[in-house]
Design a protein around this ligand. Structure first.
Ligand code: AMP
Length: 402
């Protein structure tokens, strides 16, 4: 996939109607935005389009209204907060058809440098099916299209792919550009040694990521629940730990592949174990640490042990590029978060380029206060995983090449 995309810096939208797809999928509680990170992250691109003197039409999805208007998922609160953050009015185009009579009238009335926000794109059933009618509606209200929503880049929807294919000028925004630069460079052109760290619950969710990263990286580290299927495939007792027996052969294949390619594949050498999974997840637990070859049959591995934490941290120390996706254990429980914290800390302390692949690892890094120590924290969990799989992301592919 070509990653050399035209961006907002390559165009000037003076006097033009520019439709900008943002990721305003923010958490709401009783109509109040509880985390505005995504709004703040969208500001640089919006400000550039305003500074050019464009007629800036913003759009986004919010939650899953499943193709019909749901007042609790209206983007109206976002328009209000965005107005405050931008210091200028963001006019909300309330419209159950998203691009119906009311939205069209609001756009018709725009002056250069003004901003309008459309209603939740998923009020329209065609949106998630990339249906033609809604794509055409969106294309009819703009001269230029900007995609700055990385979180949905792995999906082909009307508001990121359909519309882009119907306009002559479709470019990426600053946020999208940053994701492409960091994730793209890490995978396609990394400064070596390149260490990739994978964790999380299931091997099955990350089959292609494991396989692709083995080809690209120098060292692949596997922790979290998914490591136990690898350990079982090596013949170790794993007790009651998470396992996917249908993937034992796959794990053997990956270990063979690592050996053939001369890549290091690091697996846990010890585990923090418990007898019963905590309920609720953060309930107190009694932990015992066992080496990988001494795991009792009645225990469940729920975090990497201290020797493993040290070994993984050493690997990170020697790296020049590190990509991390997935926690090393049941990090929602403070007693079982030590391995995840140790890995986060090792990334915070290195001078290497450090990239966090969204989702739980991004949340963990931010919660621990290491957010500003990372080179890049991806805004899209699913999208960044597909990037790491080496897949073409439809939302990126649809933008014009340079
Ligand atoms: P994922 O969504 O695949 O990134 O997985 C994240 C989830 O994996 C978190 O909710 C963790 O609690 C869980 N997890 C990580 N390690 C383990 C483990 N050893 N046993 C059970 N669950 C785990």
């Amino acid at each position: 996939m070509s990653l050399n995309k035209k961006s907002v810096d390559d165009i000037n939208v003076k006097g033009q109607r520019v439709l900008c797809r943002c990721d305003f999928n923010v958490p709401l509680k009783e109509g109040k935005i509880t985390d505005e990170n995504r709004l703040v992250a969208a500001l640089p691109t919006i400000k550039k389009l305003i500074a050019d003197g464009g007629k800036v039409i913003l759009c986004s999805h919010l939650g899953k209204p499943k193709g019909e208007p749901k007042p609790e998922l209206s983007l109206a609160p976002v328009a209000k907060r965005l107005s405050e953050l931008l210091g200028q009015e963001v006019k909300f185009a309330a419209d159950n058809e998203v691009v119906g009579a009311n939205a069209k009238a609001a756009i018709e009335a725009m002056n250069d440098g003004e901003v309008v926000l459309l209603e939740n794109t998923r009020y329209r059933a065609e949106e998630t099916k990339n249906g033609e009618a809604f794509s055409k509606d969106l294309a009819s209200i703009c001269d230029v299209f900007v995609n700055d929503a990385f979180g949905t880049a792995h999906r082909a929807h009307c508001s990121n792919v359909g519309v882009a294919e119907l306009v002559d000028t479709a470019v990426v925004g600053y946020l999208m550009q940053k994701e492409i630069d960091f994730l793209g460079n890490a995978v396609e052109n990394p400064v070596r040694p390149f260490v990739a760290i994978l964790g999380g619950a299931k091997v099955a969710d990350k089959l292609n990521v494991i396989s692709n990263l083995l080809e690209k990286c120098d060292t692949l580290i596997i922790g979290g629940g998914m490591a136990y299927t690898f350990l079982k495939a090596q013949g170790y007792e794993i007790g009651k730990s998470l396992v996917d027996d249908s993937k034992l052969d796959y794990c053997k294949e990956m270990m063979d592949k690592a050996e053939k390619l001369g890549k290091k594949l690091l697996l846990p050498v010890d585990s923090a174990t418990i007898t019963d999974f905590p309920n609720p997840i953060d309930a107190p637990v009694e932990v015992e640490v066992y080496d990988a070859d001494k795991m009792p049959a009645d225990r469940e591995g729920c975090d990497i042990g201290p020797k493993t934490s040290e070994m993984f941290a050493d690997a990170v120390k020697s790296a020049k590029t590190v990509v991390w996706n997935g926690p090393m254990g049941v990090f929602e429980n403070p007693t079982l978060a030590k391995g995840t914290i140790a890995v986060a800390k090792s990334l915070a302390e290195t001078d290497a380029t450090t990239i966090i692949g969204g989702g739980d690892s991004a949340a963990a890094v931010n919660q621990l206060g290491f957010g500003d120590k990372m080179s890049h924290i991806s805004t899209g969990g699913g999208a960044s995983l597909e990037f790491l799989e080496g897949k073409e992301l439809p939302g990126v592919a649809a933008a014009n090449d340079k």
